[in-house]
Design a protein around this ligand. Sequence first.
Ligand SMILES: O=c1ccn([C@@H]2O[C@H](COP(=O)(O)OP(=O)(O)O[C@H]3O[C@H](CO)[C@@H](O)[C@H](O)[C@H]3O)[C@@H](O)[C@H]2O)c(=O)[nH]1
Length: 464
Amino acid sequence: MEPSSLEPTVTCHVVAMPFPGRGHVNPLMNFCKLIAASPPRNTNTLITFIVTEEWYGFLSSDPRPANIRLVTVPNVIPSEIGRAKDWPGFIRAALTKLQAPVEQLLDRLEQPKPNVIVHDTYLKWMVGVGNRRNIPVASFWTQSATVFSIFHHLDLVLQNGHFNFNLAEKGKEQVNYIPGVPEMRTSDLPTPFFSARGQEVLDDCLEGVSLVSKAQFLLFTSTYELEASVIDALGKEFAFPIYSIGPAIPCFNLNGNAATNAGGGDEPEYVQWLDAQPTNSVLYISQGSFLSVSSSQLDEIVAGVHDSGIRFFWVTREDTSHDPKRGDTKGIIVPWCDQLRVLSHNSIGGFWSHCGWNSTKEGIFSGLPMLGLPIFWDQTTNAKQIVEDWKIGWRVKKVDESLITRQEITRLLQKFMDLESDEGREMRRRAKELQVICQQATEKGGSSKSAIDAFMEDISCHIR
Ligand SMILES: O=c1ccn([C@@H]2O[C@H](COP(=O)(O)OP(=O)(O)O[C@H]3O[C@H](CO)[C@@H](O)[C@H](O)[C@H]3O)[C@@H](O)[C@H]2O)c(=O)[nH]1
């Protein structure tokens, strides 16, 4: 356990328990950094962030305020590296094996008694742990409010025959019965509703959602203005307040110089490469941190991207070496990058994304139009919001369409990166409009900042 020099003066103790996956750890850590660093509370708030030993290794060298301490439980779950190979097994382990070591840790951590446990909603056992110890529990939802509401209203989905259905038969039916959620097609629902992949753990995950009613607070990592109608509708269904604290992305790391090279020679090579590209000319491509498209689809994407002649910045650990043109000067391929930093660079003009919720919010915050190729779970619903509700992007293909060819990809990319097309211009204008809304929400008086302040007040973490 990392020592904390703050304990004698601590009047507010927040315990944070993320689900052990990149798309979950990042937003909870970002939220903790926001509450830890916001004066005047930073002088009296202690945040205990619980991770496995493996995750400690990933996080320990990242800069963070002194009042966030990382504490570890043993590696009782499979490794993060290669977790996609047995994704259901990984989820089951996280839902069954972490509780005992976390409880033992809490036994040792009781002083000062936590004001609240903020936990990932999917870690369903944490609600009971908090309730038994008489510690208030805040359920932290790392996906969209819309997806939360769809899961929360499973009874309505079942009544309408929109669970376990055949996509070819019913994929175009309308889902127009979830309070506050704009109409969508059944093919826009989260994928476990119509595909076997993920169904084996869906019940466990949905139990996490249904246990939210036994928590004391619900935190959405969404910007209120993006999903106002669904958040308002949910607000009427819960007896406790909902706080839209999003986007919960590391925007506090961006400074005035983030749009270009801030640090000269010390910058990673990829930032230096970006600095050499014309404004808005580069397509950033990332299909997420762990699941992938089929290898035949990947072949088509690689060929289509190269044939299009556009500049690209591609984050992938996949083998793209079979492409004969790899190494041309139009693009670079990196295994990992500081994504928000790259998206904020002024040479980036578009974002090809798997539509993970964090990537979606980072794209919006950076004012970028998006190309969505969702793979799994909530990503289909996020893609629908991007394309139809917010009108800031296009789909690479529909969920029920088969392989998209290299020629189609080439045409799509050339059109998407054409700054002069009318269609593209309107999409870029919308993207900038949402950027302003989301950025303002994080500033003083904005909805996200106010929600964070209200939450801290409500858990009695104001100065005493
Ligand atoms: O080179 C990279 C690539 C990614 N990231 C970061 O990794 C995170 C990725 O999160 P997300 O875009 O949400 O994708 P996943 O990791 O795939 O997220 C999982 O968790 C999300 C939140 O629950 C869900 O929305 C997704 O469907 C699920 O796959 C983001 O913070 C990115 O900034 C980097 O920093 N560098």
